[in-house]
Design a binder for this molecule. Structure first.
Ligand code: NAD
Length: 448
């Protein structure tokens, strides 16, 4: 059994509260990452065959820039905020303190095994908590580097590696966490929510789902093709916010598909820069999808390299698993639509996607689409990049999760807004004290 009591004791000692100690901790974390950059990059190559550029651009660099952003704003986020006070409570004043939660559990997935562990960890530390981090066992090289790096922060952080289905329930049963932050699949998210509910532990759930990309007839062909292809095939499609399937307007279908094929050949022609599928089990699931439509390009696969070429596949039957399950691989189903209603009906079969992408230059169409659908977040005329903007809270809605993080929203997630009213003693009106008989007119005057 893991002895997590020292994390609780360290939190209770108050050592994590001062701004200076949080700032020093973030600077140490940044330095540890910089000192081990080559090792992290090598681990990401081992686990997912990510190139050094992809490893930096989508993992290491993201964490470093989020730490810099946090260092820039932390002091102001921590400052107690004066809020207004209603007439009933005059002359009191109102203050909102941002209080750290305590000891939090962060559970990470394998697809971006470094940044999806380190970003929430960083926010939790900046918020003044101590953290137990459970990386994914499916990216073991990265999990080992994370454990090694964070051993340097042993008062504030414990990394616990192992099989999730064993380690996580054991942890939640044996220690009272103050918050659980989970990134992963809907099914596991549901079981973690249940475990947490028994103990009234609040949760943030960052889940997945089927994220559509819609292309309207007026979209710019070349940029649309480049942006969909990159957003879909980065990390071989194993990205929670990757466009899952393409809904293209009938008018633009032929030229867009031609442009996308050309773009795929240009970007990934020799299979270069394409990550591998995480394991054989997932590879087999993905290969089975290739039978479910007409392959327009790609489709080549090789078990020995856990490789699947970037694939466009035209769908006629929408009742197959490729159009029901989250794909999480380099296969992009293409569906044609003619009216917005038709496209909406298809999207609503998998409601509340984590991401939604729209390509159109028409502002009124943009407005109509933004109002028509609930979704976690997304982009207009782009894919995936909203994730990299720390000013935008990142999270799902409904089926795709609850709660958000990144930037200030991460700080808020890992703190409690403690509301306090301070009442002076120089005014103490009798109308606020019993007996209340005869005071109704005052209540009615102030409480309307
Ligand atoms: P997963 O749910 O299988 O695993 C996530 C974590 O939970 C891992 O650390 C794992 O060890 C642990 N775990 C596994 N089984 C468990 C169990 N029975 N009880 C408790 N913990 C358990 O997810 P994954 O396969 O690693 O990741 C892929 C999924 O994650 C996709 O659905 C994807 O969309 C989603 N995802 C979401 C985001 C997001 O930001 N919303 C980001 C990345 C991935």
């Amino acid at each position: 059994m893991h002895d997590l009591l020292p994390l609780r004791q360290y939190f209770d000692s108050g050592a994590t509260r001062p701004y200076e100690s949080r700032r020093r901790l973030l600077l140490r974390l940044r330095q540890l990452i910089l000192d081990h950059e080559a090792e992290i990059s090598a681990a990401l190559y081992t686990d997912l065959r990510k190139s050094p550029e992809e490893a930096y651009g989508t993992e290491i660099g993201l964490v470093l820039s989020e730490i810099s952003y946090c260092l820039k704003h932390l002091k102001s986020w921590m400052r107690p905020r004066r809020l207004s006070t209603n007439l009933l409570n005059w002359p009191s004043s109102s203050i909102l303190y941002r209080d750290p939660l305590g000891v939090v559990l962060v559970i990470a997935p394998w697809n971006y095994p470094f940044q999806l562990a380190l970003l929430p960890l960083m926010s939790a530390l900046a918020a003044g908590n101590t953290v137990v981090l459970k990386p994914s066992e499916l990216a073991p090289a990265t999990a080992a580097v994370i454990e090694k790096i964070l051993a340097g922060l042993d008062s504030e952080v414990r990394v616990i590696n192992g099989e999730g289905s064993v380690v996580v329930p054991e942890l939640i049963h044996s220690f009272h966490f103050d918050h659980i932050f989970f990134t992963g699949s809907v099914g596991v998210g549901r079981s973690i929510y249940q475990l947490a509910a028994e103990r009234l532990i609040p949760v943030t759930l960052e889940l997945g789902g089927k994220s559509p990309v819609v292309v309207e007839p007026d979209a710019d062909l070349a940029t649309t093709a480049r942006r969909i292809v990159t957003g879909k095939f980065i990390n071989a499609g194993q990205t929670c916010i990757a466009p899952d399937y393409l809904l293209v307007h009938a008018e633009l279908k032929a030229p867009l598909l031609a442009k996308m094929k050309e773009t795929i050949a240009l970007f990934y022609g020799q299979g270069q820069e394409l990550a591998k599928i995480i394991n054989e089990k997932r590879w087999e699931v993905l290969v089975s999808y290739l039978q479910q439509g007409t392959i327009l390009c790609g489709g080549e696969h090789d078990r020995s390299r856990l490789f699947i070429a970037p694939t466009l596949i035209e769908m006629t039957d929408l009742e197959v698993s490729l159009m029901k399950d989250e794909i999480f691989g380099p296969i992009l189903p293409v569906v044609t639509y003619r009216t917005m209603e038709e496209a909406l009906a298809i999207i609503r079969k998998n409601p509340n996607p984590l991401a939604f992408y729209l390509f159109t230059r028409d502002r009124s169409r943009q407005k109509a689409w933004m109002e028509a659908l609930p979704f976690g977040g997304g982009c207009i005329n782009n894919t995936d990049w909203h994730f990299t903007n720390p000013s935008l809270p990142f999270g799902g809605v409904g089926n795709s999760g609850m709660g958000a993080y990144h930037g200030k929203s991460g700080f808020d997630t890992f703190t409690h807004g403690k509301s306090v009213m301070r009442t002076p003693i120089w005014l103490d009106l009798d109308i606020k004290y019993p007996p209340f008989k005869g005071k109704m007119k005052w209540f009615k005057l102030f409480m309307r």
